[in-house]
Design a protein around this ligand. Structure first.
Ligand code: ATP
Ligand code: MG
Length: 458
């Protein structure tokens, strides 16, 4: 980081440490990445650093690390047309200009090096961010309503910083957010997603605090209405509270280094808002999976992330009992997918913790986990583990390629899930022959194409 400042200075530019890195240093934390503000324009900065990339039209140049340094040209934005992004960015003339467009006083402190070798410099703190850091107050720079009106994302950033640093919101800042919360609806899904992920990934505070603050400020029902709808939905759990309290506890109980899993905890009971009848929530896991999918697509999550969350929400109500046969355990593994089992068990643990329920040792889910481990080590669970493959099947039975081959393989796997001992080439071929013979004669029945039925899953 010092070398970046030095290189910029030697080339005749002003350069100072700003933003999160100064704030973190002042509060005794080691910054993860460094922010530098400079008088150099992006073309000049990229020319000075090999491998640096100019990321966007806001003029952020990233100098690869470690540690990574983000260099931004002094700027003074203007013309926020839609509260989403500045319509045009003007390069500012001075560091003070640059600090004035930053969001919160604690993020608007700069450190200007005087003697880099001795790590001596001047703190430029026009908005008294140090006092706010000390007193644990989160305060917008300038007129709060104007700043949130310029960029609605700052309201969500306020929630993140306030919870991360255990700060209270300065009254006018809070008032402005409550007033302008509905305008958060205009934010792009990507920006909201990234903030939510940072909230969920925080080690400093449990995510429930941030979501409760969002609710208090009126942001939750605007950005995550599906979640806000759980407020007041009754829960017959050991722990008190409604379905929203329960969901927040489930998110808290999952690890911060897996924010998507935490998101799964947060969203696992979304379906409860609409399915309550006679003290039961029939089918809420399916409804919830659909709602989670809508929410995550709106926030532009990657398809693989949407699938991970919706699969888990859809399966989270599995009800194990010791009477399950080994075949039932194998079908469970197949339905959930071997790669999702750890997630599903982690979700169940969090769900239990959030309900105040303890699984008995040696029974319940711990027992299922042990049985799953045993099955994973042995019996075939997937088509590719069958003793014959599609090509061998086609050759031996003189079948043309087509959907029937897939159906046959699926039926063979069903048989092998029931009885792993049948997974031998001769046995499977004989079974395939029988299945082909048993199918209805297309001429006799008048059906267009013969179909091979697949045994229903338990
Ligand atoms: P973190 O430690 O989470 O990275 P940060 O404060 O460094 O927090 P960044 O998003 O990395 O946050 O932004 C760096 C700096 O840029 C902030 O400290 C702030 O000064 C400024 N900034 C970022 N986003 C905005 C915004 N939407 N409006 C105004 N200033 C912003
Ligand atoms: Mg940062």
């Amino acid at each position: 980081m010092a070398s970046v400042l030095r290189t910029l200075h030697r080339a005749g530019h002003e350069a100072a440490l700003v933003g999160g890195s100064v704030r973190d240093l002042l509060s005794g934390e080691q910054p993860i990445d460094w922010d530098v503000a400079t008088s150099a324009v992006p073309e000049q900065t990229t020319a000075l650093f090999a491998g640096s990339v100019w990321e966007n039209r806001f003029g952020t140049v990233t100098v690869p690390g470690p540690p990574r340094v983000e260099v931004t040209t002094y700027r003074s934005e203007s013309g926020y047309a839609d509260r989403r992004r500045p319509a045009h960015v003007r390069w500012g003339r001075s560091l003070r200009d640059d600090l004035s467009r930053r969001d919160f006083t604690i993020n608007a402190i700069a450190w200007v090096p005087v003697d880099l070798a001795r790590r001596r410099g001047l703190l430029i703190d026009p908005y008294d961010g140090r006092r706010d850091l000390r007193e644990r107050v989160l305060r917008a720079v300038g007129t709060p309503a104007r700043r949130f009106d310029e960029d609605a994302l700052r309201m969500l950033r306020a929630v993140r910083f306030a919870t991360r640093f255990g700060m209270r919101l300065e009254p006018q800042t809070e008032e402005a957010i409550r007033h302008l919360a509905p305008t958060a609806a205009t934010l792009s899904g990507e920006r909201v997603r990234d903030e939510i992920l940072r909230i969920l990934g925080s080690r400093a505070a449990p995510p429930s605090r941030a979501f409760l603050l969002m609710e208090h400020l009126g942001l939750l029902r605007v950005l995550l209405p599906e979640l806000a709808a759980l407020r007041g939905v009754p829960q017959g759990k050991v722990l008190p509270g409604d379905a929203l309290d329960h969901s927040l506890r489930a998110a808290d109980a999952l690890p911060p280094d897996d924010p998507i899993l935490r998101l799964t905890g947060l969203l696992h009971d979304l379906g409860k808002a609409t399915t309550l009848a006679d003290c039961h929530f029939i089918g809420h896991e399916r409804v919830g999976a659909d709602l989670a999918s809508v929410l995550m697509h709106r926030l532009r999550f990657a398809q693989s992330q949407v699938e991970r969350v919706t699969d888990l929400v859809g399966e989270h109500m599995f009800a194990y009992s010791p009477e399950w046969t080994d075949a039932a355990v194998r079908r469970f593994i197949r339905r959930v997918g071997a790669g999702r089992l750890d997630d599903l068990f982690a979700l169940r643990r969090a769900d239990n913790a959030a309900s105040g329920v303890a699984e008995p040792a040696g029974a319940g889910v711990p027992q299922l986990m042990a049985r799953v481990q045993r099955e994973l080590g042995g019996a075939p669970l997937e088509q590719r583990q069958l003793a014959i493959d599609g090509n061998e099947l086609m050759a031996a039975l003189d079948l043309p390629p087509g959907p029937d081959v897939g159906r046959l393989l699926a039926a063979l796997l069903e048989a092998v899930l029931d009885e792993p001992a049948r997974n031998r080439p001769d046995e499977l071929l004989a079974l395939a022959r029988r299945l082909l013979e048993e199918r209805p004669d297309p001429r006799a029945s008048g059906a267009r194409r013969p179909r091979i039925g697949v045994l229903p899953e338990t």
